[in-house]
Design a protein around this ligand. Structure first.
Ligand code: SD4
Length: 326
């Protein structure tokens, strides 16, 4: 069938006579990404603010640190930057003028932590890390997440900057909710790191879609949707309209496809294909980044304009992702 591609694994699987043939629906699948190299340590992250985040993450890795510490330190940079208007401090608010944050983090052992609908805390990623390290749970939400953060000594802050408040007041005039292709609405940071031991971790943090309903939670704090890591295989993170990612559990899907033999690029393209198949993709942007154990990466989006920062082989640079629509 022309719209199906198969990956037939040799090696151990061949020896035991098993054949894995996932039924892929992507018709555009490219085997590899031309910008992909091998090697680690490496860091990859979404959008322009990924450049500074990568530098902070790579600093940890160069000092021999672990991927989990690198990803947390990396994404804290845009969280603290009021100019990053979709993450942490300065994030655009919901339609009631409240800044509500979602974040998740996952390490090489499969441990993970997450916060959703958290207000007043600038570094939700560090709250997620504490949930991972110090509680028996994976996710805390809303009031409970805030209570936990305050108990752990995180300062309570007003995250709505003057600039974000002005944008919200302008939006209120029409109050039209259209989470469409709008670069400013799509700058969640998802960051994946591979440390010197070849271990992978990931982090994802966002203020979510601007002008969302109060209480809305997107894909970013949901392990397997906004981000997923399996240290045997690789990692993936997502940006864009979270509802589309949630409906397809995109990051988990992409890592599982890599487990079955797909390259990071093939897997990202298939992740987008699953969205395009059933959803009104013309009105929304979604982008995926994925890495495997060798440090190879893939990147794919529905629309053009998704870009990402790759820090590998001594160089940190921005790359434009390929996309389903051109
Ligand atoms: C969300 N996925 O809340 C996030 C938004 C996003 O870049 O990625 N912005 O749906």
């Amino acid at each position: 069938m022309s719209n199906r591609r198969s990956f037939i694994k040799g090696g151990v699987l061949g020896a035991i006579g098993a054949t894995i043939i996932p039924k892929l629906i992507s018709t555009k699948t490219s085997k590899t990404n031309p910008n992909s190299q091998k090697g680690f340590p490496m860091v990859i992250s979404t959008w322009e603010h990924g450049m500074a985040a990568n530098v902070a993450a790579m600093k940890v890795l160069r000092n021999g640190g672990k991927a989990i510490d690198a990803v947390e330190n990396g994404v804290k940079i845009p969280e603290a930057d009021p100019e990053s208007m979709s993450v942490g401090l300065g994030g655009l608010p919901d339609r009631e003028g409240k800044v509500t944050l979602d974040a998740c983090i996952m390490d090489e052992t499969g441990n993970c932590g997450s916060v959703s609908f958290l207000q007043h805390i600038k570094h939700p990623i560090s709250v997620a890390r504490k949930i991972m390290d110090e509680t028996p749970h994976v996710m805390l939400a809303g009031e409970g997440a805030l209570k936990f953060a305050l108990e752990k000594g995180f300062p309570k802050e007003d995250l709505l900057t003057e600039k974000a408040e002005k944008r919200w007041k302008e939006w209120l005039k029409e109050s039209e909710y259209k989470p469409i292709i709008n670069v400013e609405n799509h700058d969640t940071i998802g960051l994946l790191a591979l440390d010197k031991n070849g271990d992978i971790s990931g982090a994802c943090t966002t203020s979510g879609l601007s002008w969302k309903m109060h209480g809305r939670v997107g894909d970013s704090p949901v392990i397997g949707a906004g981000m997923f890591v399996d240290n045997e295989v690789g990692g993936c993170c997502a940006t864009g309209v979270g509802e589309a990612v949630l409906k397809t559990l995109g990051s988990f899907l992409i890592v599982e496809l890599m487990r079955q033999g797909a390259s990071p690029q093939e897997a990202c393209e298939e992740g987008i294909a699953r969205i395009v198949k059933n959803q009104n993709y013309k009105d929304m942007q979604i982008g995926y980044l994925a890495i495997n154990k060798k440090g190879e990466h893939g990147a794919y989006a529905v629309h053009p304009w998704f870009n990402y920062a790759l820090h590998q082989g001594g160089e940190n640079r921005m790359i434009d992702a390929f996309s389903y629509l051109t």
